[in-house]
Design a protein around this ligand. Structure first.
Ligand SMILES: Nc1nc2c(ncn2[C@@H]2O[C@H](COP(=O)(O)OP(=O)(O)OP(=O)(O)O)[C@@H](O)[C@H]2O)c(=O)[nH]1
Ligand SMILES: [Mg+2]
Length: 195
């Protein structure tokens, strides 16, 4: 698949605000600062489309991008960032949970996990939440450019082990927003599920 046309549609802070059009969606989900917005920019080859920051808690809306006039890419706020208020954190967590369960347009959830660290409790919770959604589930390990060759395969094996412990078997892709690794595979999954 080639990315030809990308436009920002809108941001939403409630389910009701989300675009009603029956257009297939792929969402990027994971803890704050894991690299969701950066990876979306790399995927869509647009430098500053989704806003990124070194400081966690950057994305504060559910942002919808229309790609090739065919599907939406959805940039979600990060889960579990300690420095936003407890109330705010709980709100996002709840909204993202109902988004995943109720949004009928949702075809694929790309769950981002930092390749440099073992999956956190929050990562495990997201893995366990997925069976409640009708969407496909693909794991993207982020910031793969920061790992040496040996630790890359270790990172993948570590996440596979956690998935097995939780009774899940999902595709795992090592990615980098910096050097673009994994991009073709992400596009392949999108093409497969966004028919
Ligand atoms: N080296 C490297 N740094 C990355 C990569 N992806 C993201 N980063 C850095 O990680 C930080 C967070 O990136 P974001 O894309 O804003 O993360 P996010 O998951 O959207 O964060 P929130 O919006 O707060 O949930 C930024 O400083 C990025 O430059 C990557 O693949 N490689
Ligand atoms: Mg972001």
């Amino acid at each position: 698949m080639k990315i030809e046309d990308v436009t920002f549609v809108q941001g939403a802070t409630t389910l009701a605000q989300m675009p009603p059009a029956p257009i297939s969606e792929v969402a990027f989900l994971g803890r704050s600062n894991v690299g969701k917005s950066s990876l979306i920019n790399q995927l869509l080859r647009r430098r500053n489309l989704a806003r990124t920051s070194r400081t966690p808690g950057k994305t504060q809306e559910v942002n919808f991008f229309l790609v090739n006039n065919r599907f939406h890419v959805v940039d979600l706020p990060g889960l579990g960032y300690a420095k936003v208020s407890k109330k705010q954190r709980a709100y996002w967590q709840k909204l993202i949970g109902s988004y995943m369960k109720e949004r009928s347009q949702l075809r694929v959830v790309f769950q981002l996990i930092d390749s440099r660290h073992p999956p956190t409790e929050m990562d495990r919770e997201v893995i366990m939440l997925m069976p409640e959604s009708d969407a496909e589930h693909v794991i993207l390990l982020t910031k793969g450019d920061k790992l040496s060759g040996n630790s890359r395969s270790k990172a993948i094996a570590g996440v596979r082990k956690v998935l097995t412990e939780l009774g899940q078997e999902k595709p795992i892709v090592l990615t980098s927003a910096k050097d673009g690794r994994g991009r073709d595979e992400i596009l392949k999954w999108i093409a497969t599920y966004v028919a």
